[in-house]
Design a protein around this ligand. Sequence first.
Ligand code: AR6
Length: 166
Amino acid sequence: MIEVLVCDITRLEVDAIVNAANTSLLGGGGVDGAIHRAAGPELREYNRKLGGCPVGEARISPGFRLPAKYVISTVGPVWHGGTRGESELLEKAYRSSFELALAQGDIRSIAFPAISTGAYGFPKDRAAEIAVRVMREYEDRFDRIIACCYSEADAEHYRRELGAGS
Ligand code: AR6
C-alpha cells in the first residue's frame, strides 16, 4: 500500500526511513539535518565508516535514537535543467533504496521524503511522478510504502500521481 502523509519523517515508527543525503553521508540541512539531529551523533560516526555514497546509490545504517529501525541514505541529483540525466538518477536513487531495503531482509515498512526537491531544486511535480512510478513497482513487496511530505502542497503532487491510475 502506498500512503501519502504530511509529517516530519523523523517521527515515523516504520522499519526504515530514507534520507535525502549528500555524497559525504555526514549530514547537512533539510531532511538530512533533521534525521541526523533525531538519530544522534552515532549516525554520523557510523556513516563516517561507510566512506560516502555516489549519486543514485544508497547506504544503510541503524536508526540509533530514531523510532525507525534503519536509515537508508540515498543521494539524489542536483537539478541542472533536466539535461544531465537528472530524471534517471532520481529514479535510480529510489530503486537503490528499495533494493537495499529488500536485501536487508526485515524491512516491511519504508518512508521516503521528496528526494532532491529541496536544496537540490528538482521540480516537485516531475519528482513525484518518478517517485510514484518506482513505488508502484515495489508495492507488492512491502506492507507500507509512505511518501512523507513536509507540506500539503507537496502531498498534492503525490495524490495527483496516485489518482492518475497505474
Ligand atoms: N521530514 C520530511 N520531509 C522533510 C523534512 C522532514 N523533517 N525536512 C525537510 N523535508 P532537502 P534535497 C523535505 O533539501 O533536495 C541537504 O543539505 C523538504 O521540504 O532536505 O535532496 C543534504 O545534506 C523537501 O521537500 O533534500 C544535501 O546536501 C525534501 O524534504 C541536500 O540537502 C527534500 O529537501 C539534499 O537536497
